[in-house]
Design a protein around this ligand. Structure first.
Ligand code: CA
Length: 225
């Protein structure tokens, strides 16, 4: 799960980043509104924590930009001002929740988890399909041609990513950051090895083959027409 934090106060930003990382999330931290919006529109996040008062553009504008571009992930606002106006403004702008500064980290973590659960339910209710491959993200079940296939957690995450972005060529670096929560140099072959293992389970004994290698670029999953 990947979280974007936009917070200009260095201490608060670092504290949030550290805390959420320790709680097992992959965290990007932007120090102003423009950087935050840029990241929100170019990376893939499951949730964003936005400070209201930011240099450049404020938290409301960042949220507007995200929603206008079709970003549907939940947004939790941090505000130093607990006036009722802020809350109304935020709700109209499409915020999902608020926390008034100063807050306890445990409170923030609880809100983040609740929002993610809610978002996951809405997004993952459906079974993902390509040809005769079926993946049920909620039940963690994979079948191909009606045959049950057991995957490791990583293999499952990799397959789910490829399926959710069916037809797109996903660079190895993107796969590594989404599935392994890490950035790595292109000389490591961890992604290649994982793709090979996944293929052995979901592709090798079946027709058509669904995972395509795009030389020099990455991998794509698609069912031929
Ligand atoms: Ca601020």
């Amino acid at each position: 799960m990947k979280i974007l934090i936009v917070e200009d106060e260095a201490k608060t930003g670092d504290y949030l980043k550290q805390g959420l990382s320790e709680a097992g999330f992959v965290v990007d931290l932007a120090r102003d509104g423009l950087d935050g919006l840029h990241l929100a529109l170019t990376e893939t996040y499951d949730l964003a924590v936005l400070d209201v008062m930011l240099p450049g553009i404020d938290g409301w504008k960042v949220l507007q930009g995200i929603r206008r571009a079709g970003g549907e992930f939940p947004v939790l606002f941090l505000t130093a001002r607990d006036g009722i106006d802020d809350r109304v403004h935020g709700l109209e702008s499409g915020a999902d929740d608020y926390l008034v500064k100063p807050f306890a980290f445990a409170e923030l973590l609880a809100r983040v988890r609740t929002l993610l659960r809610r978002g996951t339910k809405a997004r993952e209710a459906d079974v993902l399909r390509a040809a005769d491959l079926e993946v049920d993200p909620l039940r963690r079940r994979v079948t191909r041609a009606g045959r049950r296939i057991d995957l490791t957690a990583r293999e499952f995450a990799l397959l789910e990513l490829l399926l959710r972005r069916q037809g797109e060529v996903l660079p190895r670096s993107l796969i590594a950051s989404q599935v392994w929560d890490m950035n790595f140099d292109s000389d490591t072959n961890v992604v290649e090895v994982a793709v090979r293992r996944l293929r052995a389970k979901i592709d090798d004994d079946f027709t058509p083959r669904l995972i395509r290698t795009v030389r020099g670029m990455g991998y794509a999953l698609e069912a031929p027409e």
